[in-house]
Design a protein around this ligand. Structure first.
Ligand SMILES: [Zn+2]
Ligand SMILES: [Zn+2]
Length: 307
């Protein structure tokens, strides 16, 4: 590497460490004590934090607190990824992917030059460097690949306005939408929220056929641009190390589902002791295709199920 390349490389590595430190230190945010549930959302009480949970908030088992717009608990940053620090977490991933790719290319070029010099006498070869290149090349390649997959997954969730936990919920609903148990719960919720029986629901994508999973409107998806700006702030700020989201993590604009007319998730509520609109998560035992339950994202199931 030339001297200018070395300086540039040092800057990239420094950015990895700075963004990593920010992702560790920056809090995702917790609900204020003053929060009261709004119309159109479930009433969800956290008995551990003694606070009403705003929509999209979950109690993290490792952090032992409620986390606004919780995405997942990250063991690498020992912090929850949520509303306040998702942009920082994404910037960290971007710097890791970029720096790992740059390192891989440089190591690969060095490996090729070793190959070209393969017929030179060994005393002319820097053996220590050769061993390092052989060792580091697959390691850096593995880091690049695994963090790239995580980054792609996060970006898909950002542009679709979905957290990892909500992606799990969507998958669960897709799986359970054909079961009577799901519709019984939706029916109960509808009755407790509107005081009447759930009407016959039709698919709006395929008129005439019964409602399916893709007919259920996810309330927080407002199109890729607005979703991205909500989560990461305006595009001209994305690369600034201190830039945060555009929403407050507590109040969310929702797409109104005229037919179903229930808060998200539609099968999440239940009627208890004359207190309607109380949320109870009784789906924690469900596992997705990857074998993940909500606990695998760090969610405290006991705190979720309280009411
Ligand atoms: Zn809590
Ligand atoms: Zn956490």
């Amino acid at each position: 590497m030339s001297q200018s390349q070395q300086i540039r490389y040092q800057i990239y590595v420094t950015m990895v460490w700075i963004s990593y430190a920010v992702a560790i230190v920056k809090s995702p945010g917790s609900p204020p004590q003053t929060y009261t549930p709004e119309r159109g959302h479930w009433k969800r009480w956290c008995y551990k934090c003694k606070v009403q949970k705003p929509p999209r908030t979950h109690h993290c088992k490792s952090c032992n607190k409620c986390v606004l717009q919780m995405d997942h608990h990250c063991p690498w940053t020992l912090n929850c990824v949520g509303h306040g620090n998702l942009p920082h977490f994404l910037r960290f991933l971007v710097w890791v992917v970029f720096t790992a790719a740059y390192t891989f290319v440089k190591l690969f070029q060095r490996a090729i030059s070793f190959y070209h010099d393969r017929n030179l006498p060994m005393y002319l070869t820097n053996k220590g460097e050769m061993v390092a290149v052989i060792f580091l090349l697959p390691l850096v390649g593995f880091i690049w690949l695994s963090v790239s997959i995580l980054l792609i997954r996060c970006v898909i969730h950002v542009v679709t306005g979905t957290t990892q936990i909500e992606a799990w919920e969507k998958e669960r609903i897709e799986n359970q939408v054909t079961t009577q148990r799901f519709w019984d719960k939706v029916g109960d919720n509808y009755k407790s929220c509107h005081g009447r029986e759930l009407p016959k629901l039709e698919s709006w994508i395929r008129p005439g056929s019964p409602m399916r999973a893709d007919d259920i409107i996810f309330p927080y998806d407002h199109g890729f641009y607005k979703n991205t700006v909500n989560a990461l702030g305006p595009p001209w700020k994305w690369l600034l190390p201190w830039s945060g989201p555009s929403t407050d993590g507590i109040h969310y604009e929702i797409n109104y589902d005229e037919q179903l007319d229930l808060p998200w998730p539609p099968d999440g509520g239940f009627k208890s002791g004359g207190e309607p609109h109380v949320y109870r998560d009784n789906s924690s035992e469900w596992t997705n295709d990857m074998g993940e339950t909500l606990q695998d994202y760090g969610v405290d199931i006991a705190a979720e199920a309280s009411s």
